[in-house]
Design a protein around this ligand. Structure first.
Ligand code: ZN
Length: 332
């Protein structure tokens, strides 16, 4: 009797668009892709922004200030001085070391979709005239997961920076280890960390900028080893994802957990820098921490300067005493 009662003969198809709008802000960042259209929808507030305007505004939403994801090439354009970039290790090619089924096809697809050979671009350039070894990761390639080539490019970047006495900057972003490369992917954590240690031992500065999302093996290695760690507003930074942690500990996580602002409050990072200010902040950091041309001579000069200053002080103790006395005399 009920048969056929609920049967509809006509349907309206409303699934895909409605679903996309219903996604909560923040969580949306994972699923939204930026189309190469005339307009781009902000994943945070839903506002449609003219793509050209968005590009001019460093891919930051003019309405809510949300920092949209940026490809590695656009990122390099924003940060480096014009035409200063020379790529390194482009010839390194990802193979399928574990014969993981379907991996070569997926790699090929990612290459043709992004025009990139791997999830990181590395090389040398200048920021505000200061030479720097720089690597930028790109989330559009395999969610910027760290496979052997990503690890090797980062390691070589730091090794070359050590040899050339250059400071290093890495723009981090990653979904974690490259599942298809198993253990070999995990080994990149130790390899990159060792290269950073040698770079640091040579007296050279290393800065990281954490962008949305920086997770897994990248957070557990080179992302968190910066002498100064910067992050973009609202960037998700963590090891395991919040859902995994909630399921593991059986507790609800605090609001804003693993976002850059939360991490700054809890002392995990040094500063949050808006995209429009990143070039000048990095430029200043590079100037302040400029490595001396010859560290030995510089150290000798510094100690010589210190000695002569002390000598000078010894030669005119009266002057110092009178100054000191003056300070100590209370005003009538
Ligand atoms: Zn917005």
């Amino acid at each position: 009797m009920l048969k056929g009662m609920f049967k509809k003969t006509t349907y309206i198809n409303i699934t895909s668009d409605v679903k996309r709008e219903a996604v909560k802000p923040g969580a949306a960042a994972e699923s939204v892709e930026v189309p190469e259209g005339l307009w781009t929808k902000c994943p945070q507030c839903g506002h449609a922004v003219y793509t050209k305007e968005l590009e001019e505004n460093f891919f930051v939403c003019s309405r809510c200030g949300h920092h949209l994801r940026v490809g590695a090439r656009d990122r390099l354009k924003m940060i480096l001085d014009a035409d200063s970039f020379t790529p390194w290790d482009e010839e390194l090619e990802t193979k399928n070391p574990l014969d993981f089924p379907g991996y070569p096809e997926k790699l090929q697809k990612a290459r043709s979709q992004t025009g990139l050979s791997e999830a990181v671009i590395s090389g040398q350039g200048t920021i505000s005239g200061e030479p720097v070894a720089i690597a930028v990761m790109d989330a559009s390639f395999f969610m910027a997961s760290m496979g052997t080539v990503v690890g090797e490019r980062i390691t070589r970047l730091l090794e070359r920076a050590t040899a050339l006495r250059l400071p290093a900057v890495i723009y981090c972003c990653s979904g974690g280890a490259r599942m298809q490369e198993g253990m070999l992917s995990l080994m990149q954590m130790a390899k990159t960390s060792a290269a950073i240690k040698r770079h640091g031992d040579a007296g050279l500065p290393y800065f990281t900028v954490l962008t949305d999302p920086t997770t897994g093996g990248v957070t557990a290695s080179f992302a968190m080893l910066g002498d100064v760690i910067l992050a973009e507003p609202g960037a998700l930074v963590g090891f395991a994802g919040p859902r995994v942690i909630e399921q593991t500990i059986g507790q609800k996580l605090p609001k804003g957990f693993q976002r850059a602002e939360f991490l700054l409050e809890h002392g995990l990072i040094d500063a949050i820098v808006e995209r429009k200010d990143q070039r000048s902040v990095l430029g200043r950091l590079l100037k302040w921490h400029k490595a001396p041309e010859n560290p030995k001579t510089a150290a000798q000069e510094a100690s010589a300067a210190g000695q002569s200053e002390a000598q000078e002080r010894r030669q005119r103790p009266e002057a110092h005493n009178t100054e000191k006395n003056k300070e100590e005399v209370p005003e009538p």
